[in-house]
Design a protein around this ligand. Structure first.
Ligand code: UD1
Ligand code: CA
Length: 457
């Protein structure tokens, strides 16, 4: 589910408010850098607004938040970053980015970085609502429990005002139509309206929500665009973070199934925001996908496997209990069995690595057979070295391949070998102690001990 712009929107400026203190997270990390489905909330929101086609993106961060600016730049290299040095309210935060507004824009999209699940289509719908001539379009939702949210006060289709919970009357508290916190504002009026917002309210804050009343006073119309509550949930603490994770996982599972993958027990499978599954992929229970995984058509991921930064080609089979780490590339029809770990290694088409094996920094040829307990010894405490195994090679069980080393095409390695030198194609290499046998040795030994008491082991 990577964001591809729905359609470009020239003249659209998206402004992401990320100056939250996030004290309720009780974390050394800023709130907006906490992750949902393997990606920071900030990066989710930035992908969302870019996906909706915003031409320019600006982020407002708190003072001394280099980590937040760095994450924003990683997600959108062209992003403009502004600092809000004092936290005086959401309208004040928007004005911290005045320079971006002064440069002029047709539509201004204002979003919160702690609201990570909004889809690009929803941002787009908010912007489209301005086409009817409205000056402000606000994203609203029907809250199961409206406590704490700003209430949307409507007359017919018109949004009259947004009342913050702390400023609302008893009657207004009964309103369940709430402000998700996101809005689109007509660009040419935005700055003027924002400057007119005061801070005479319960929290002595400059409320962005007051832009509705200001726009109406200026003779403009404000409208509401509805979204499902699960999409607009904000994250203020770790309980809400887990709720957002659950909602996004549900969405990713449904997406995978609708695109043609079979999830035998969907609730037990965990996806990353960017997991790509082909058609007729089968995912058994308990599988975890970290970021950067692509699985080709018809592949099977057996139970309790963990995949991160890995590619699995079509028809391959992985697990149960397999671990694919970054740089693992499993070729067509290859088989990775139980208790196998693969890191930075290409496994050729049709190769089999069936049991109890570690392959790191390696390249395995097509149809090679890697016996149980094979280990690539790729690290000497300072550097990493590569192991190359040719097509059709056969590595006997319990072999240690001390890298750098190359096993030629079609070669055999005897079980239990410690291979330190290259093996020529089609050769047999055996590197282990020779077996010896002493006839009747055991019998003689027992006889010499006859009648002696046995010590307990
Ligand atoms: C806000 C809305 C409320 C809405 C709710 C939805 C306002 C005044 N209220 O309330 O109507 O129902 O969101 O979740 O807008 N921020 C800054 N600088 C500031 C203050 C806030 O950058 O000075 C950022 C925060 O990081 C956060 C967002 O703005 O991302 C919202 O601020 P927050 O204080 O959480 O607003 P709410 O009280 O939740
Ligand atoms: Ca909030």
């Amino acid at each position: 589910m990577t964001a591809t712009p729905i359609s470009p929107r020239p003249g659209c400026l998206a402004l992401v408010l990320a100056a939250g203190e996030g004290t309720r997270m009780k974390s050394a990390r800023p709130k907006v850098l906490h992750e949902v489905a393997g990606r920071s909330m900030l990066a989710h929101v930035l992908a969302g607004v870019t996906g909706a086609g915003a031409e320019r993106v600006a982020v407002v961060v708190g003072p001394d938040r280099d980590d937040v600016s760095a994450e924003a730049k990683r997600a959108v290299p062209a992003v403009q970053v502004f600092v809000q040095s004092q936290r005086l309210g959401t309208a004040h935060a928007v004005l911290a980015a005045s320079a971006a507004l002064e440069a002029g824009c047709e539509d201004l999209l204002i979003v919160f970085a702690d609201t990570p699940l909004v889809r690009p289509q929803t941002y787009a719908a908010l912007l489209d609502a301005l086409k009817s001539g409205a000056g402000v379009a606000v994203l609203g939702f029907e809250a199961r429990d409206p406590t704490g949210y700003g209430r949307l006060l409507k007359r017919g289709e018109d949004l009259l005002a947004i009342r913050e919970h702390k400023d609302a009357s008893e009657d207004e508290h009964k309103v369940t139509l709430c402000n998700a916190g996101l809005m689109a504002v007509r660009g040419r009026d935005a700055l003027g309206w924002l400057k007119r917002i005061g801070n005479t309210n319960a929290q002595k804050e400059f409320y962005l929500t007051d832009i509705v009343a200001v726009a109406r006073e200026a003779g403009s119309q404000a409208v509401v665009v509805l979204a499902p509550e699960d999409e607009v949930m904000g994250v203020n603490d770790r309980v809400q973070l887990a709720a957002a994770e659950a909602a996004l996982q549900a969405r990713l599972r449904e997406h995978a199934m609708r695109e043609g993958a079979t999830l035998i027990a969907p609730q037990t499978i965990f996806f990353s925001h960017d997991t790509q599954l082909g058609r007729d992929v089968v995912v058994e229970p308990g599988v975890v996908f970290g970021p950067g995984v692509r699985v080709g058509d018809g592949a099977v991921i057996h139970a309790y496997s963990h995949l991160l930064g890995a590619e699995v080609e079509s028809g391959a089979s992985v697990g149960p209990f397999a671990r694919l780490r970054p740089g693992a590339r499993i070729g067509k029809g290859a088989k990775i069995g139980n208790f196998v770990e693969i890191k930075s290694a290409e496994i050729g088409e049709g190769a089999a690595v069936s049991h109890l094996t570690y392959l790191g920094d390696a390249s395995i040829g097509a149809r090679a057979n890697i016996g149980a307990g094979t280990i690539t010894c790729n690290y000497d405490g300072f550097d990493k070295f590569r192991t190359t195994i040719g097509a059709g090679a056969f590595i006997g069980s319990n072999s240690a391949l001390v890298a750098p080393v190359t096993i030629g095409d079609g070669a055999y390695v005897g079980s239990g070998s410690v291979i330190t030198k290259d093996v020529a194609p089609d050769a047999l290499a055996v590197a282990r102690g020779r077996q010896m046998e002493k006839a009747d040795w055991a019998k003689t030994f027992r006889k010499s001990h006859e009648g002696k008491p046995k010590k307990r082991p």
